[in-house]
Structure formats: structure tokens, C-alpha cells
Design a protein around this ligand. Structure first.
Ligand code: TXA
Ligand code: MG
Length: 311
């Protein structure tokens, strides 16, 4: 795994590689992504292969400026425009009607495409220099924890890439919010770094129901996801002898004290789970955060990580 600091030469090399159909691991403000030219079907197939990702699970297309939306989607008016003005660049992904230029490989054959403008300066600059829309799923093996730093990128995934650019620890540490704008009523498909309340405040209208986790109705939303290797259980209080995430002072070294603030918790969640996983524990107990709106995305990830069934 070749990890490089984002010098001017490295940004050029990464952009060139993407333009030429190769893969690169890029930092974003949410999680690290395994990036490729979104308009190149072969490159996209290589991304699915590297992750062991089922091909019915579409990728997010990243652009460096809202003007480039016209390269992949039919337009950005109404709700899209309002949300883009408020949240882009940033961790919000919008599902829009797609253009034919986007290959079926990227969108899993759907008539829609998921788009976002990331705010991480390294991601933005590489996309800008590559001069193509960039597809990037999280740089982890399917179903496992997303990496939030260069050293947390799975070496098996990185093997498929020319290089990993080290852009530091991700600001949000949790994937972008995915909102579907392809039908009349906007609805959140995946809770994430931008909260439902923040979106509602901008749109000034209620959002549709998030569809149930059914791989067919809503591709890519599997019951088990974002999971460590250890069994994850959500508990009221972490047992003294167990490995786990707690809000209190840890009883021992296999416990990690987590922040009470939802955003700070999210930024540290995957890293903390990875740390405990690396100890080889068989079970990780996670003290349940409050069941309130600001914790929606964290609770979503914890519930999925705690689910034992395969998709
Ligand atoms: O924060 C993020 O979004 C990160 C960084 C790298 O940008 N990327 C990421 O990608 O989380 P991935 O592939 O792990 O998750 C993409 C999600 C999946 O739940 C997928 O089903 C959904 O976006 N998605 C993509 N295209 C879609 C579409 N056309 N319709 C509905 N859902 C879509
Ligand atoms: Mg992912």
C-alpha cells in the first residue's frame, strides 16, 4: 500500500491515474473513497471487484463544482438547487435522474445517479484536475467499517489502487446523507453527516418515509453493514470485563470513552471500533446513545453493525 502526502506532484499523478482508468484512494470529509472515472465502465468494474461489492449496489459520483452536474444528471433545480446552495461542497448526496453518459455499471442499471460535491480540499483538487466525474465508494471491503484515515484503509482494497493519498483524519467520520430527489417527495435513503432537521429546515417541507432496508427496493441498503469483525451488541451499560464503547470513564483498556456530542461521536466511531477489532476481541459492547434526532445516523450505523444476518 503506497501512502503519499498530497503534494502538487501527487495530486497530478492521482488525477492522471483516474483519467487513465486507474483507481486511487482519496480522502473525503466523510470517509476515504476508492475513486475512479465514473464514466469508464471498466474502471468501475475494477472498483466493485476490489471491494467484493454486489453489482446491484450503485456508486456515488463526485464532482468538483455544481456546474459539472450537467455531465451526469439532467439538472439541479428546485429542491436540488436549495440543498446544493446550502450543503455543497459537503456531505450530502442527491439522487437525480441520470444522463446516458453515465454507464449502467456506475448506477447498477438504475435510471438515477447519486451525486455529491465533497468538501475535502484533496478530493476536490484531484477531481478538478482529473476533469471527469469520479465514482467513489468507501475504501473498505463490502459490509465492513469505512476507513476514516489513510492507515485504516484496507490493504486488500488499496492493492487495486495506484496510491492512497493521506489527507488526515476525516472531519465527519460517517458517510454522507443520501437523499432521493428523483420522485415528487424528497426522502432520505441513508441518514448521514447532514441531519434530517438540517435538510428539512432548508426545504421547508416534510420528507417522505425512508424505505425499509430491502436490497431490491433501495439498492445498497443492506440490513448488515458498517460492521467490525467482532460481534457488536448495543447495551445499556458496558460490562466491566467487556470490550466496548462507553460514555463513562472506561473500566479497563479495552474500553473507549466516547463523546456525548453526536457529531464528535460520529467522527470517532469507526476508528474506535477498528481499534477494538484490532485487539481480536470476539464481542464489542456499545452503550446505546440517546434515541433522538441528532443521533439518527449513528444509531443507523450501530444497528446495521449489530445485525448478524447476511444481505
Ligand atoms: O460519504 C460518502 O458518501 C462516501 C464518500 C467516499 O463519498 N461514499 C460512500 O459510498 O459512502 P458507498 O458506495 O459506500 O455508499 C453509496 C450509497 C449506497 O447506499 C448506495 O445504495 C447509494 O449510495 N446510492 C448510490 N447511487 C444510488 C442511486 N442511484 N439510487 C439510490 N441509492 C444510491
Ligand atoms: Mg460503503
Amino acid at each position: 500500500m503506497r501512502i503519499e502526502r498530497p503534494t502538487d506532484a501527487i495530486l497530478d499523478e492521482a488525477a492522471q491515474a483516474i483519467a487513465n482508468g486507474e483507481l486511487v484512494v482519496l480522502p473525503t470529509e466523510t470517509v476515504y473513497g476508492l475513486a475512479c472515472n465514473a464514466l469508464n465502465p471498466e474502471a468501475v468494474r475494477a472498483v466493485f471487484k476490489a471491494k467484493g461489492r454486489p453489482d446491484e449496489n450503485p456508486l456515488i459520483v463526485h464532482i468538483s463544482t455544481i456546474e459539472d452536474i450537467g455531465k451526469v444528471a439532467s439538472g439541479c433545480n428546485g429542491a436540488c438547487k436549495k440543498l446544493a446552495d446550502r450543503f455543497w461542497p459537503g456531505p450530502l448526496t442527491m439522487v437525480l435522474k441520470k444522463l446516458d453518459a453515465v454507464p449502467n455499471e456506475t448506477t447498477a442499471g438504475l435510471g438515477t445517479v447519486a451525486v455529491r460535491v465533497p468538501s475535502h480540499p484533496v478530493a476536490l483538487e484531484v477531481i478538478r484536475r482529473a476533469q471527469v466525474p469520479v465514482a467513489a465508494p468507501s475504501a473498505n471491503v463490502f459490509m465492513s467499517l469505512s476507513p476514516t484515515s489513510a492507515e485504516d484503509v484496507d490493504p486488500n482494497v488499496a492493492e487495486s489502487a495506484r496510491l492512497v493519498i493521506d489527507g488526515g483524519h476525516c472531519e465527519y467520520g460517517l458517510e454522507s446523507t443520501v437523499i432521493d430527489l428523483s420522485e415528487d417527495q424528497p426522502r432520505i435513503l441513508r441518514p448521514g453527516a447532514v441531519t434530517r432537521a438540517e435538510i428539512q429546515a432548508v426545504l421547508g417541507m416534510p420528507l417522505g418515509q425512508t424505505p425499509p432496508h430491502n436490497g431490491h427496493l433501495s439498492p445498497g441498503m443492506y440490513p448488515r453493514h458498517y460492521a467490525p469483525s467482532a460481534r457488536l451488541v448495543i447495551v445499556d451499560k458496558v460490562s466491566e470485563d467487556a470490550a466496548g464503547l462507553t460514555f463513562e470513564d472506561p473500566a479497563q483498556s479495552r474500553q473507549v470513552k466516547m463523546p456525548h456530542d453526536a457529531k464528535a461521536y460520529a467522527a470517532n466511531l469507526y476508528r474506535a471500533l477498528k481499534r477494538l477489532d484490532a485487539l481480536g476481541v470476539s464481542e464489542i459492547q456499545v452503550e446505546s446513545p440517546p434515541n433522538t434526532a441528532e443521533w439518527e445516523a449513528v444509531l443507523d450505523r450501530l444497528k446495521k453493525a449489530a445485525t448478524q444476518v447476511s444481505p
